[in-house]
Design a protein around this ligand. Structure first.
Ligand SMILES: N[C@@H](CCC(=O)N[C@@H](CS)C(=O)NCC(=O)O)C(=O)O
Length: 254
């Protein structure tokens, strides 16, 4: 049984079919305590059991998308970060692979013990978990517009991470410059579309703008001389403003 903030008198039970006598005793003990004496303030979340675990590495743009989303939803205290340490695309990382057969990050273990991947699934899960209707509204026109902006950002991240593997990790003699050029073209084309649609797509905090901000931060982190700002004034203004948010400041890549 997990006891989570806000549920002290009606504890959250991971699987209601598996309630044991111990759970019931714990439930009533908590209820009795809450009526009088030793109960902890709800704000002391860190003293309570964390209920989700995120395999992460702060260099990953996909991980950052998830972490910014968690910050914006006030869920950070509910997620334990598990750092992968050195994380290479040619090695199986045991801890990650045990929760995700693809061996990729981010991977989230929910409070129900389910492993979730990839970043878009995890972001949507966090929105659902928080009961939020702002970051990904139900209204279909907005919802699918936001998901498409998110997809554009994810495409830039896919191309960027692949380019990074190609140019920083692949042995020199095996490199394929035309393939690298294609990734660069893809990224620049997507940035142009984000610039053209910035007024409609980047004016609010939602899963689309969060993922765009994360991937622009990744470009700055890996390629400070890329020059993505040139000729993209709206994207630049968006990023300058968005990157001041506490969620961005708390998740800087390293
Ligand atoms: N589509 C995935 C992509 C995740 C991804 O490629 N993550 C990279 C780290 S930035 C990774 O796990 N690479 C390890 C590998 O490719 O083996 C998502 O959105 O989460």
């Amino acid at each position: 049984m997990h006891v989570v903030p806000g549920h002290l008198c009606a504890p959250y039970v991971s699987n209601p079919q598996n309630i044991t006598n111990t759970d019931i005793v714990a439930w009533y003990t908590l209820r009795d305590l809450s009526s009088g004496l030793n109960i902890k303030p709800l704000s002391q979340k860190q003293d309570l059991e964390t209920v989700m675990k995120l395999h992460h590495n702060p260099a990953s743009p996909f991980v950052r998308m998830v972490r910014i989303t968690a910050h914006e939803l006030n869920l950070t205290d509910d997620i334990e970060l598990i750092h992968t340490g050195v994380f290479l695309p040619i090695e199986v990382h045991g801890a990650v692979a045990s929760d995700n057969p693809l061996g990729k990050i981010p991977t989230l273990m929910t409070d129900h013990g389910h492993a979730l991947h990839d970043s878009r699934v995890i972001c949507e899960y966090l929105v659902h978990h928080a009961g939020d209707k702002e970051l990904l509204p139900d209204e279909p026109v907005n919802r699918f517009r936001i998901l498409t902006v998110q997809s554009t950002a994810l495409g830039i991240a896919d191309a960027g991470v692949s380019l990074r593997y190609e140019t920083a990790l692949r042995p020199q003699e095996l490199r394929w410059p035309a393939w690298s050029d294609r990734q660069t073209t893809r990224i620049n084309s997507a940035l142009d579309v984000l610039e053209a649609n910035a007024d409609d797509d980047l004016g609010q905090v939602d899963l689309g703008s969060i993922c765009v901000a994360a991937v622009l931060g990744y470009l700055d982190f890996r390629w400070p001389d890329w020059g993505w700002r040139a000729g993209r004034d709206k994207l630049t203004a968006f990023y300058d403003t968005f990157s001041q948010r506490p969620s961005m400041q708390a998740t800087l890549p390293e």
